[in-house]
Design a protein around this ligand. Structure first.
Ligand code: HEM
Length: 166
């Protein structure tokens, strides 16, 4: 009788651990077979193109563009309200780094992801179109060639997926 009780206990113990072991054995290879996807870069990566960067006036020219662009967005009646509480000097710095990096210049953008920094803003497609117009007008005012303007816009275009939330 004692042996029977001991056997039941042992069996029950095994019965409890067996599914766990089987699950672990089954899950371990699964975990190895599906490594976490590589994190998306903060800024899309492009090959260096000194002629393109030169059309923007080099790094200094890009910083000037960023500064004027932020002022023009703030002054625009369609989208200016978005920047009411923004520290504009900080935005100019971050945007300058980012645009410089998008143009494959020697800068490193260290701000938030586009998704995180625009998440609470409820930006619409119309807002984005207005912003593109402001950027084009700003680039025109700085004499940046039309073809190079379009190359920058094409590089920025995929980012709107993370920015437009309504
Ligand atoms: C491809 C298009 C865009 C790019 C590349 C871009 C880039 C950026 C960057 C780099 C920042 C700073 C993030 C940080 O400091 O961590 C920022 C913030 C901001 N962006 Fe954009 N942006 C885009 C579109 C827009 C649009 C369409 C609007 C509104 C019309 C907008 C409104 C803002 C505002 C208000 C902030 C500051 C948020 C705050 O005060 O924290 N952005 N953006």
């Amino acid at each position: 009788m004692r042996t029977a009780i001991a056997m039941t206990k042992t069996f029950c113990g095994r019965a409890a651990t067996l599914p766990l072991l089987l699950a672990l054995a089954g899950l371990a290879p699964l975990a190895q077979a599906q490594p976490a996807p590589a994190a998306e870069p903060l800024v899309p990566v492009f090959a260096p193109d000194p002629a393109l960067l030169a059309d923007f006036g080099g790094v200094e020219g890009v910083r000037k563009l960023s500064s004027l662009f932020v002022d023009n967005m703030r002054a625009d009646p369609r989208i200016g309200h978005y920047f009411e509480k923004t520290k504009l000097s900080e935005l100019k710095k971050q945007l300058g780094d980012q645009l410089c990096q998008v143009l494959a210049g020697p800068c490193v953008y260290e701000g938030d992801t586009m998704k995180a920094s625009h998440a609470d803003l409820k930006i619409s497609k119309a807002d984005s179109l207005a912003q593109v117009e402001v950027l084009q007008a700003t680039m025109d005012s700085l004499g940046i060639p039309f073809g190079s303007q379009n190359r920058l816009l094409a590089r920025l275009a995929p980012m709107y997926r993370q920015i437009i939330t309504r």
